[in-house]
Ligand binder design. Structure first.
Ligand code: HSE
Length: 439
């Protein structure tokens, strides 16, 4: 059997501890599968005394990730610290500079400087693997980077944040408050260290930026994503969506359009009978529409210790099985230097259906004015309903509109016209509708 693969783990939180437990309890099976043992040779974590349920007594402890990356006698640096800058960034760069392979779950870091890191890894002839960075345990990176080679991808979209999906599901099914669901997601180890990254959509945006690059061969453009989180979604929206045959999900969507690539993260209404609408709780789903294969939908656990550790382990095993000096799969699907310049499609030209919920004063002519604003902006309506007792003010009514396909620009203009009518008693709610093709 070949020499053991020596790994150093930086970060022993939820994911790092799960990884350490799996590597120690399944050491024999992994050695047979990979043709060599995988040994945790070095570790670093903020709290050294915590019991992680794994025997780390033979691993050398380092005082910081940077020190581990620079000095440990290892083949692979496993970064499970998180954060777009600082320690994670410095230690990954130090490891690559030394010619170590790197495995990371850090979507924020890759979204910020993934192309640069990929170029360094390629120059050094080492692997930079990051399956765990997107959609937890779902092997979507491998699917895009390897399995779909040669396909032209037209759209990639999905539920990529377990925390948000968990919150939306429990609000809908159990009528729990947003805050109670978020607390539970934190307790279960799904949420980011700062959960606003989850609920405001930044975490999904980081993941989408990485998928866009792999799907379309363009440079990472995380700062050019249209972003809306779920903190504005109320139980009224969830119920109204259900009445109309939809469910609300936080989706990340990237698609080719005639004017460039559209990248957007926002609460989205999906038809109730679509598969993605049935994806509940912490589960993630990623759909890929391509010309040769057609539509591929991958569904699986999206967050939490074991789901994420499973993806990290797969990346480590790939390195253990790889032969020294062998040709490497380019980190981002094609060589970093050949990634194209990202051309952004403007959000105003986004086309699709819209759900609009208005809380209006109960006055003569209001309904007619709403309809006029729609007509003046060329928006054709699929349905329009008015409900009693839906508003916050005592004489308020709720009007819910669902449009046929129109443009973002038209909807914004119509909503601005409605706001100018001085009959609203609350902020209008606008939710985009996304229609899956095959599923
Ligand atoms: N906070 C993330 C989520 C963890 O909820 O999906 C996985 O990236």
């Amino acid at each position: 059997m070949a020499d053991a693969l020596k790994i150093g783990i930086a970060g022993l939180g939820t994911v790092g501890a799960s990884l350490a437990r799996i590597l120690t309890t399944r050491a024999n099976e992994l050695a047979v599968t990979c043709g060599r043992a995988i040994e945790i040779t070095a570790v670093t974590a903020r709290d050294r005394s915590r019991d992680r349920g794994a025997d780390l007594s033979r691993a050398e402890w380092f005082s910081s990730p940077e020190e581990l990356a620079e000095k440990a006698d290892i083949d692979v640096f496993v970064e499970l610290i998180g954060g777009a800058e600082g320690t994670a960034d410095r230690s990954v760069r130090a490891a690559l500079a030394r010619g170590l392979h790197v495995v990371t779950a850090n979507k924020a870091l890759l979204a910020r400087c993934g192309v640069e890191l990929a170029a360094i890894a390629e120059e050094k002839g080492v692997l930079l693997n990051f399956e765990a960075a997107v959609a937890g345990g779902i092997p979507v990176i491998k699917a895009l980077r390897e399995s779909l080679t040669g396909n032209t991808i037209s759209r990639i979209y999905g539920i990529m944040n377990g925390t948000c999906n968990y919150i939306l599901t429990r609000m809908e099914k159990e009528g729990l408050s947003f805050e109670a669901c978020l607390k539970e997601a934190q307790r279960l180890g799904y949420a980011e260290a700062d959960p606003t990254f989850d609920i405001e959509g930044n975490d999904t945006a980081h993941k989408l930026a990485i998928l866009t690059t792999l799907a379309f061969g363009t440079r990472i453009a995380a700062d050019q994503i249209y972003l809306e989180g779920i903190s504005n979604i109320s139980i009224e929206d969830i119920h109204a969506a259900a009445d109309l045959g939809y469910r609300i999900k936080l989706l990340g969507v990237a698609q080719r359009t005639e004017s460039g690539i559209e990248q957007r993260v926002h609460p989205t209404m999906v038809p109730h009978d679509s598969v993605i609408a049935q994806v509940d709780g912490v589960t993630n789903a990623v759909a890929i529409e391509s010309d040769i294969l057609g539509e591929l939908l991958m569904v699986g656990p999206g967050a939490g210790g074991n789901a994420t550790a499973s993806a990290v382990l797969g990346d480590i095993a790939d390195i253990a099985k790889s032969r020294p000096g062998a040709q490497r799969v380019p980190v981002l699907g094609k060589p970093a230097a050949s990634l194209e310049v990202y051309q952004q499609a403007q959000m105003q030209s986004h086309e699709g259906g819209y759900f609009i919920r208005l809380t209006v004063l109960d006055r003569a002519g209001v309904f007619a004015n709403v309809a006029t604003q729609m007509a003046q902006n060329g928006i054709s309506l699929e349905s329009i309903v008015q409900r009693a007792n839906g508003g916050s003010a005592s004489d308020a009514k709720t009007i819910i509109l669902v449009t046929h396909a129109t443009t973002e620009d038209s909807v914004r203009k119509a909503v601005a016209g409605i706001k100018g009518g001085n009959y609203l008693s609350g902020e209008p709610q606008v939710i985009r509708i996304e229609r899956p093709k095959a599923f």
